[in-house]
Design a protein around this ligand. Structure first.
Ligand SMILES: Nc1ncnc2c1ncn2[C@@H]1O[C@H](COP(=O)(O)OP(=O)(O)O)[C@@H](O)[C@H]1O
Ligand SMILES: O=P(O)(O)OC[C@H]1O[C@](O)(COP(=O)(O)O)[C@@H](O)[C@@H]1O
Ligand SMILES: [Mg+2]
Length: 535
């Protein structure tokens, strides 16, 4: 498989490391302008991009564009990749049941029928399995359009459809035979409790009585001292009013085969997994292992990442809250900097490999002069470096505020090769480094500065979800349950162009979603901060 790494003004072709070995595809992504040498005019830059983008597409793509059928073939392969695994793939004779989820109900009269009686009226609230949502909505007329994502050199419009989420009329589980488990893994994220709550409530509406929480992530499957937590509407009623996870979270944990042993022993046949890319890799492996053992288990993920770094979705829950909460830190940094003589404020925000929180928080605040993210390389020193620009800002404005994503500028820090329990690299503190470099730089000039560094990362992560995330969590939680009852497994839920969809897990974890330096959003951020190119 060919792959081109991002380089000066070239188009980047990112191979999709999909898990479907027999039809590996190349996803051609945005035309990137990562490193532009200053003397080029915009027009010159554009011409270079066109030339290189076109040749890169032709050289690196294994689709034969001279084939008049290429588009149809591409769409067919796309459909196969985004097919969502179903119980009937492995158990063709699996019995289906009419759904017990129906919102045309009569008020229950006795406690025996807590979920109410279906009314006689027909209900048209179900999703048809053939309903689809459009994944990409912009028809780029040229590969040079900002943020263009093209498949062929002419950027031909190719419709890419994904599966619509929601309740199905036909279900594959009898509520009274379901034992559902919920587990939350990885780091905290605002909204975890909202999702747990909604999964429990929706399961109860279907009529499920056995619902448990697995404590402290995947570890809870292997640690016998950690008892599973019985869950009901009563238990979860108010949990969304506080941050964190009712069940606790953790990194690292047991082997997949041990987790599946535990699932088997406990008699769990629906597993809801809330977590990021690592958790989803685990969930997909659990799904595969259950299939291998011919267990009828529905494994459904709900993507949790405050960093918003999961592919194909408009956003993940918790991200909105993080951006909103970051405003408090940015505003404090601004006030400190603005009130001091030659004040400089630095705010570090989360984002291990992607700068979405930093970019959006900078855009929202309007108080940031310099936004630094992992996707856009920068120099601290030198004639075009960040420090030189800070000097200019102090001379012209009197103060400045820098917003930096935690994964930015890691090359400036000493490498430790340390890993956390899940195998993620432990990052150095770029905020502290920038603070030290600023102090040293201005001292050398004999310029007095007042540098204040704010790290609000864990305060942000521990917040309860805001209203917009609350809604997102609610819808995702409900759809996770609908997906499981409909017999799907190895899937995750997401929001795509404002519609709710199911994705096969491998497609969303093929690589982390990152900020495209040629996207309109990054350009808007640059327009807002007024920062120059720091290379
Ligand atoms: N490739 C993988 N296969 C199976 N399990 C994994 C994999 N990567 C991570 N995990 C497990 O998923 C859980 C969460 O992973 P982590 O990377 O910490 O958080 P996140 O899910 O937010 O990315 C951990 O318990 C970890 O052991
Ligand atoms: O200190 P911890 O718990 O490892 O968390 C820090 C990490 O959490 C994150 O915000 C989110 O990471 P996950 O999605 O893996 O939970 C990263 O940006 C950050 O590096
Ligand atoms: Mg992760």
């Amino acid at each position: 498989m060919n792959s081109l790494s991002p380089a000066i003004g070239t188009s980047t072709i990112r191979p999709s490391t999909n898990f479907y070995g027999d039809h590996e595809l190349l996803l051609i992504s945005s035309v990137k302008l990562i490193k532009l040498s200053p003397p080029l005019t915009c027009r010159k830059m554009r011409m270079r991009v066109v030339a290189q983008a076109k040749s890169a597409v032709v050289v690196s793509n294994n689709i034969d564009f001279s084939d008049p059928e290429w588009k149809v073939k591409y769409q067919r392969e796309f459909e196969a990749r985004f097919n969502i695994p179903h119980i009937t793939d492995v158990f063709p004779d699996a019995v289906s049941y009419p759904s017990t989820f129906c919102l045309k109900m009569r008020t229950p009269v006795t406690e025996d029928f807590a979920q109410g009686y279906p009314s006689d009226e027909e209900w048209h609230g179900y999703i048809n399995n053939n309903d689809r949502v459009l994944l990409k909505t912009i028809n780029y007329s040229s590969p040079t359009s900002a943020g263009a994502e093209c498949i062929d050199p002419d950027c031909t419009w190719v419709e890419q459809w994904v599966h619509r989420a929601g309740p199905r009329e036909k279900t594959y589980f009898k509520p009274e035979e379901v034992k559902a488990a919920i587990v939350t893994c990885g780091g905290l994220c605002p909204g975890l409790n909202d999702v747990i709550r909604q999964i429990v409530i929706t399961l109860e509406i279907y009529g499920v009585k056995q619902i448990v929480g697995i404590p402290f992530g995947y570890r809870g499957f292997s640690n016998e001292e950690l008892a599973e937590m019985p869950l009901s509407r009563k238990v979860v009623q108010n949990i969304h009013l506080s941050g964190g996870s009712l069940l606790g979270v953790s990194r690292g944990g047991p082997k997949v085969s041990d987790i599946v042993d535990s699932i088997q022993e406990r008699g769990i046949n629906m597993l809801f997994v809330l977590g990021g890319n690592g958790t989803h890799a685990g969930a997909n492996a659990i799904h595969d292992e259950c299939r291998r053992r011919r267990m009828q288990v529905a494994v459904v993920g709900v993507p949790k990442t405050i960093d918003n770094d999961i592919m194909l979705m408009d956003k993940t829950f918790g991200f909105d809250t993080a951006v909103e909460e970051a405003q408090r830190a940015i505003n404090s940094a601004y006030i400190e900097a603005h009130s001091a003589y030659h004040g400089i404020g630095i705010v570090k925000l989360m984002g291990r490999s992607s700068g979405f929180i930093a970019m959006h928080a900078s855009l929202a605040s309007g108080q940031i002069d310099i936004c630094l993210i992992p996707e856009v390389p920068f120099n601290l020193h030198g004639p075009h470096g960040v420090l030189q620009h800070l000097k200019y800002l102090l001379e012209t404005k009197g103060s400045a505020v820098v917003c930096v994503a935690e994964g930015a500028g890691q090359d400036f820090l000493e490498k430790t090769n340390a890993k956390d329990a899940s195998g993620n690299a432990v990052l150095g503190d770029i905020g502290v480094h920038i603070q030290q470099q600023i102090k040293k730089y201005f001292k050398e000039f004999g310029v007095t500065t007042d540098v204040k560094y704010i790290d609000p990362t864990y305060m942000i992560r521990a917040c309860r979800a805001n209203a917009s995330d609350g809604i997102l969590c609610t819808v995702l939680g409900q759809n996770a349950v609908h997906g499981a009852f409909a017999g799907f497994s190895g899937i995750t839920v997401g929001i795509c162009n404002t519609h709710y969809v199911y994705f096969p897990i491998p497609e969303v974890i093929a690589q982390p979603k990152v900020v495209d330096p040629n996207s309109r959003m990054w350009h808007r951020c640059l327009t807002s901060t007024g920062q120059p190119d720091f290379l």
